[in-house]
Design a protein around this ligand. Sequence first.
Ligand code: MN
Ligand code: MN
Length: 269
Amino acid sequence: MTGPAISLLGIPLDANSSFLFGCAEGPDAIRAALRSESSNRASERSVDVLSVLDDVGDVDISNERGSYDDADAITRAVAAQLAADRRLITLGGDHSVTYPILRAFRDRYHDLTVVHIDAHPDIYDDLDGNPLSHASPFARALEDSCMNKLVQIGIRTATQHQVEQGERWDVTMIRPRELDRFDPSDLTGPIYFSIDLDGLDPSAAPGVSHHEPGGLTVREVLDVIDAIPGPIVGADVVELNPQRDLIDMTAMVAAKLTKELAGAMLATS
Ligand code: MN
Ligand code: MN
């Protein structure tokens, strides 16, 4: 291995989904796409990022709805990687994984900024009585002071409740029609990147449980990644549902984003 290692950690959890299951198969589908010989190992910065990614396997979880034992197992697994001075890319799993991930980052980094790509704000105070729902990870993480600043991009389903939740925590919520409001020079400190694949338009990423037309292009997401001043200390790519995918194209998008996140981590380290 050359250069600083970036750990790749799978979290096969979909029990906190609210509509369809299948995201538990996401990590292995992204791994297969990363290894696919249809592409090569280089990022767009012409760096062999695959040699830098160290796959440390999956977190051992029960995949039960609302399980705090699973959440604690995720936090411990992430904390172990951070304690080894690793940067980390996590493969989901539904978006509920991000709250326990961010608990570990909170304990390692002060002044963390989270950049969050999604169709949904995921800040419901409560949805279906499951505090660990994939519709609430950022509400739980904000309550637990896991970040200094949350910037959401691609949001196009915010209910009035979620708008109020966003105002309560001073969340920056950028809709697809107002992408020019995104100002990377506003971002300070270490950056954590959370990519829900349904933030992309379903024409580019159909393999998700919640199709929400009118989303971002792959290039727009890559441009956001490129614009981050860094350092990017961690990232997740979540909500791939292989049961919904067409010709593995969403898995390839997820693998592409993983490669470019790794490239950006190296470039900003
Ligand atoms: Mn989400
Ligand atoms: Mn979403």
